[in-house]
Design a protein around this ligand. Structure first.
Ligand code: ATP
Ligand code: MG
Length: 405
């Protein structure tokens, strides 16, 4: 191959961040550098509003496409374009454009969109569009130039002594680079909803630490394996930093023995929230996250949401509160967690469930029932017993001391 392969990473929202722009760009650059270790990358540069990934000499189209696909899912990436680096010289640019366009098959219509960042290059972008367009028309006589709604846009960017030419271009997931919006602690079950909720927060730039409540020792540890599998999917795009597994079964049993059956679930959930909040404090996180969606199950009525929220001082974010189950399933399928979440594993949710859970719990009744238990002690004991497991999240810095270890 005559030309070095490159991948252009376009961002959108980070580009809008005014004076902070450099910080966001560097964060995305570092995240990509760490996440793409398996690909033959020479270096990643920042050039005028984009990141440029230089692939090693001789990288195949297939490997370049795999690398581009890996970049697409990383938060902060709005678009990924595959192409070549070439000289600032018309003939080379024309040849590179021909190869790039051929690799964008199948398509019928195209146009050229040139950008010239340095006016030292004598040909302006309008003229570049015409000249490269003419070369492509000759090379692809069966294709048509179309200025609107074209299938493929051939990008030609004349920047800092080189030219970058690309055609195949795919939309990324957008959002902000992980590490640019603080840290959150997400309650992560092995169900369908909570991995999607966590991922949505990661896409908005939050470093996500999961907390999973296992029914152990009252149940098997099957749900813990599912949560680990889910975390490994999220890890591919740097969306999860760490998961704490909390053995919760004995505490649920204690609650179930004396609490009015209708309030059990709310007491379980309040204890979960308190433990998650304590872990969040230790992790210096700013909020809790759940996968709740209004009205989906008994514990997700407004009254019960209020009764659980009142257990903690930290904000509880619910990115799925207005989503339909089918939308959440679609999102889980795209994310790649749906199949894992569809597997059956007893977790603490299936344990000691009452026949008729209260759907309109009154806070005073809940607090009265809870007064029978040494909640403060339990919270510390459970947070100390939480077992952390780390995943690859380049932006994450673990706290110096995380409970008893
Ligand atoms: P999911 O699909 O996320 O399990 P769900 O529809 O099953 O949600 P619930 O079981 O009521 O609904 O759980 C609501 C939220 O509470 C979950 O989205 C999750 O954030 C949290 N949660 C529930 N069970 C656990 C658990 N075992 N460990 C950690 N968090 C949990
Ligand atoms: Mg669940």
């Amino acid at each position: 191959m005559e030309f070095q392969r490159i991948i252009l990473v376009h961002y959108h929202e980070i580009g809008l961040k005014g004076r902070n722009r450099g910080v966001f760009e560097k964060r995305l650059q570092k995240n990509l550098e760490a996440l793409l270790g398996a690909y033959p990358i020479v270096t990643i540069h920042r050039i005028s509003g984009r990141l440029l990934v230089f692939l090693r000499e001789g990288t195949s189209l297939e490997v370049a496409n795999e690398c581009a696909d890996a970049i697409l899912g990383v938060p902060g990436v709005a678009r990924v374009s595959c192409g070549f680096k070439c000289e600032q010289e018309m003939e080379a640019m024309g040849r590179a454009a021909c190869i790039a366009l051929a690799e964008a098959e199948p398509f019928q219509t195209f146009k050229v969109s040139a950008r010239r960042n340095h006016t030292t290059f004598p040909i302006d972008s309008m003229q570049l569009n015409r000249d490269i367009g003419a070369v492509l028309c000759e090379e692809f006589p069966a294709k048509n130039v179309q200025m609107k709604d074209q299938d493929v846009t051939v990008g030609v960017e004349v920047v800092e002594g080189s030219t970058y030419v690309y055609a195949r271009s795919i939309r990324g997931i957008g959002g902000l680079p992980v590490g640019s919006s603080g840290t959150v602690v997400a309650l992560l079950s092995s169900g369908i909803d909570s991995p999607v909720a966590l991922w949505r927060m990661a896409r908005r730039g939050a470093v996500c630490v999961g907390v999973h409540f296992s029914g152990r020792p009252q149940t098997s540890d099957a749900s813990e394996f599912l949560v680990d599998d889910i975390a490994r999917v999220l890890e591919r795009t740097g969306c999860i930093a760490r998961v704490y597994v909390v053995p919760f079964g004995d505490y649920q049993r204690e609650i179930s023995l004396a609490c009015p059956p209708g309030l059990r679930v709310i007491l379980y959930r309040r204890l979960m929230f308190k433990v998650a909040e304590e872990i969040a404090r230790r992790e210096r996180a700013g909020a809790l996250v759940t996968g709740e969606s209004l009205g989906q199950v008994a514990s997700q009525t407004l009254d019960n949401i209020r009764a659980t929220d009142a257990a903690v001082a930290m904000p509880v974010l619910r990115p799925l509160i207005g989503s339909d189950k089918l939308e959440i399933i679609d999102a889980a399928q795209r994310l790649g967690t749906f199949e894992i979440s569809s597997m059956d594993a007893p977790d603490c949710c299936t344990l000691f469930m009452p026949r008729n859970p209260e759907t309109h719990a009154k806070l005073a009744d809940v607090e009265a029932a809870e007064a029978a238990y040494p909640m403060g002690e339990w919270v510390q004991a459970l947070a100390d017993a939480a077992e952390p497991r780390d995943y690859a999240c380049p932006a994450y810095r673990p706290p110096r001391k995380t409970g008893a270890r």
